[in-house]
Design a protein around this ligand. Structure first.
Ligand SMILES: C[S@@+](CC[C@H](N)C(=O)[O-])C[C@H]1O[C@@H](n2cnc3c(N)ncnc32)[C@H](O)[C@@H]1O
Length: 250
């Protein structure tokens, strides 16, 4: 998303050398979340607004260093997209669907927000030969589509979700694919910082925190490029290193 003012400083709430990273992220959230704040409602309202949609379109047209160019370069370096089956979690403006939808053998663009999906569907009407379908689902709820993909793409969607749901989200990703390409907003502050005013919610994690989180959830990081774009947007290619079947047996 377009860069905005820096977020609040990390209070370090809930961080300690031995705490589980999921518990630390939860504790920080519970310490910082304003009373009564409805995160998903705020995020949904942000992404349904016509004003942000228009502002975003202008931004990517006028700004050559806008993140889609950088995301495209990382994805191309990480994934053989041609002939792949991909699920892209969090579509907003469907630039990824436009870019790769013809080369992939199958592509699902998933988003919880019907307004986002309606606008994305209208844009994709100009690309009838693309192998893209759009799906409405809330990735913070358990999801089993009964099929596996070559890769889950999460291009800065995790960092807009409730950190207390990260376990469920990452379990979904593992159920959907062995591979994950993640773009996330990083902070140089220790651990993480949460911003409740920007985009409804934004979590910025320190690269060490992302490493710990993905490791905790059974992933091995293959490639990690912190602060690769706009001094914030960062990239990870991760693969599962603990097979889900082994976890279920143990
Ligand atoms: C930061 S945008 C990322 C869009 C796109 N990947 C990009 O890089 O331009 C986050 C997207 O996630 C969607 N989203 C937010 N909460 C979600 C949820 N619980 N389940 C699925 N999608 C969600 C939003 O509607 C929005 O389209």
């Amino acid at each position: 998303m377009p860069p905005t003012a820096p977020g609040r400083q990390n209070s370090q709430a809930g961080t300690s050398a031995h705490a589980d990273v999921l518990d630390q992220l939860r504790a920080l959230y519970e310490a910082e979340c304003p009373p009564g704040y409805e995160l998903q409602e705020s995020v949904d309202a942000f992404y349904r607004s016509d004003e942000f949609w228009e502002r975003f379109l202008q931004w990517i047209e006028q700004e050559p260093a806008a993140y889609p160019a950088s995301d495209k370069a990382f994805v191309e370096s990480a994934l053989p997209v041609d002939g792949a089956h991909i699920i892209n979690v969090g579509t907003f403006y469907p630039w990824a669907e436009i870019e790769w939808g013809a080369r992939a053998a199958g592509w699902i663009g998933l988003d919880n927000n019907p307004h986002v999906l309606a606008r994305a569907g209208a844009v994709l009407g100009d690309y009838p030969a693309h192998h893209v379908s759009l799906m409405q689902a809330d990735i913070t709820e358990p999801l089993d589509l009964g099929e596996r993909f070559d890769c889950v793409l999460d291009l800065s969607t995790l960092d807009q979700l409730d950190p207390r749901k990260y376990r469920t989200v990452l379990e979904n990703y593992r159920r959907l694919s062995d591979q994950l390409v993640l773009a996330y907003d990083a902070t140089r502050l220790t651990f993480a910082e949460y911003e409740f005013d920007e985009c409804g919610f934004t979590a910025r994690m320190n690269p060490d925190t992302i490493t710990a989180l993905l490791g905790r959830m059974g992933y091995r990081i293959v490639d990690h490029r912190p602060f690769a774009c706009l001094d914030r947007r960062s990239y990870v290619l991760a693969v599962q290193h603990v097979r889900r079947e082994d976890e279920e047996r143990s």
